[in-house]
Design a binder for this molecule. Structure first.
Ligand code: HEC
Ligand code: HEC
Length: 389
């Protein structure tokens, strides 16, 4: 009899103990399934935290570890058109997974018109020494960057000016949805989103987008440093690598007599992030017309080509460069740029004369072949970074 009672009480305890929690998760999951068709599973969230990075990758601009709950919220925000004032544009409208999270259009279209610059690829944004973002580095951190497009009149339209609603209106809109209170609670233990939480979530999602399965990575893992020949590279790719890494030897007129092309000075292997001290590379125009010498940042050169060899997006802040050959060729003759571009990087104009690299076709093709080895495969299709809606 005593034994029987004990069994009953254990059974009751187990039932009530589980049922309360299961009910909650189940009903929350049912709400999420209405919007995300099974793409977000509260009992097994996608894994953003335990991704491996190669041991030669050391630069990292993340303030702390990622969390699956916060990155999942960031994924939803990134793909949610509700972040624009007329529900027509999400971050992903201009940052498309299949193009390394950049845009093939120049410029990109927002709710109230066009962007002033080419959209930027977001792959490996985390792995840089530079902590400032945008072509002109006007965002002091990735967190700070993430809500600027939302508040931009042309891009997403919660600017609070020109008849636009403001950011507080967006918070009311998001907090009134069925799904954000559930996702916010999982991420932060509170049902309401504010600007800091949105910044935290979007920046964690972007920092989770990493790509280290390229031909370059396979080779780099087999050697001690970038200067050694990679065993998996063709002779052309190894030549291109050396040209990328080595400094040019220039004469008194800034004409190259020997050495490499000096790309490594600013786009630094193995992250291929931009040196924070970099100034203008000589692309001194703007999409609207007129000069713009303020652009001193480039996204990582990783995944600049797609697996099929085509460039992911038009290149440079103006999108004016449409091929890797043209990008390499741009650095070949900077004499004119040195005369009119007041912010030209001093490394590109020794003796105050813009460099002339004396490029030949073999060299341009070799650097192009090398740049293509920086392309990973999985990032374009990995479900964790895809549209959850
Ligand atoms: C209408 C198109 C458009 C939309 C929408 C948009 N972006 Fe962008 N994004 C751009 C353009 C253009 C740039 C470069 C702007 C500049 O440098 O002046 C950029 C730059 C960035 C950068 C800087 C990358 C770097 O390496 O410096 C990040 C990060 C970014 N966007 C994230 C986002 C997020 C997050 C959202 C959604 C909240 C978003 N973008 C919405 C077009 C867009
Ligand atoms: C002095 C610094 C510096 C050097 C050296 C340099 N770059 Fe750049 N690079 C930049 C900057 C800054 C940008 C962004 C410029 C802009 O859009 O206004 C850039 C942009 C690029 C882009 C376009 C990136 C994109 O996302 O659109 C490519 C490709 C590139 N560089 C390749 C090279 C190659 C190849 C070399 C060597 C021949 C090289 N760079 C040398 C500073 C440099």
């Amino acid at each position: 009899m005593r034994y029987f009672l004990l069994l009953i009480s254990i059974a009751t305890f187990t039932l009530t103990g589980c049922a309360g929690k299961a009910d909650n998760t189940e009903s929350n999951q049912a709400v999420l399934d209405k919007y995300f068709k099974g793409n977000i599973n509260l009992t097994s969230l996608d894994n953003y935290t335990s991704q491996t990075k190669p041991n030669y990758i050391t630069k990292d601009n993340a303030p702390g570890a990622l969390s699956n709950e916060i990155a999942t919220l960031g994924r939803v925000l990134f793909y949610d058109k509700a972040l624009s004032k007329d529900n027509s544009i999400s971050c992903a409208s201009c940052h498309k997974q299949s193009f390394a999270f950049g845009d093939t259009a120049t410029p990109s279209r927002g709710v109230n018109g066009l962007t002033g610059r080419q959209s930027m690829r977001l792959v490996n944004a985390r792995f840089s020494q530079e902590v400032k973002f945008f072509w002109d580095e006007r965002a002091t951190s990735l967190e700070n960057q993430t809500t600027q497009p939302i508040k931009d009149h042309a891009e997403m339209g919660f600017s609070g000016s020109n008849g636009d609603p403001n950011f507080a209106d967006l918070l009311i809109k998001l907090n009134a949805t069925e799904y954000y209170p559930i996702l916010a609670n999982r991420a932060f233990g509170t049902n309401t989103l504010d600007e800091t939480k949105i910044q935290n979530a979007l920046s964690q999602f972007i920092r989770s987008i990493q790509s280290f399965d390229s031909k370059y990575d396979i080779g780099r893992a087999q050697v001690n440093n970038d200067n050694q020949n990679f065993p998996n590279f063709t002779a052309q790719e190894n030549l291109g690598k050396n040209l990328f890494l080595d400094r040019p030897v220039l004469d008194a007129n800034s004409v190259r007599t020997s050495g490499g092309l000096g790309c490594q000075g600013c786009h630094r292997a193995p992250e291929f992030d931009i040196d924070p001290a970099t100034r203008s590379n000589g692309i001194g125009g703007s999409i609207a017309g007129g000069p713009d010498f303020t652009n001193t940042r480039a996204p990582s050169l990783r995944n600049i080509a797609l697996p099929n060899g085509n460039i992911a997006t038009p290149l440079m802040h103006t999108g004016v460069i449409k091929s890797l050959q043209a990008a390499i060729g741009h650095y070949g003759n900077l004499t004119a740029a040195a005369q009119n571009n007041t912010n030209l990087d001093p490394r590109l104009k020794p003796n105050n004369i813009g460099q002339q690299l004396n490029l030949n076709a073999t060299e341009v093709q070799a650097v192009e072949a090398f740049l293509k080895t920086l392309t990973g495969q999985a990032v374009y299709t990995d479900k964790r970074w895809s549209n959850p809606f």
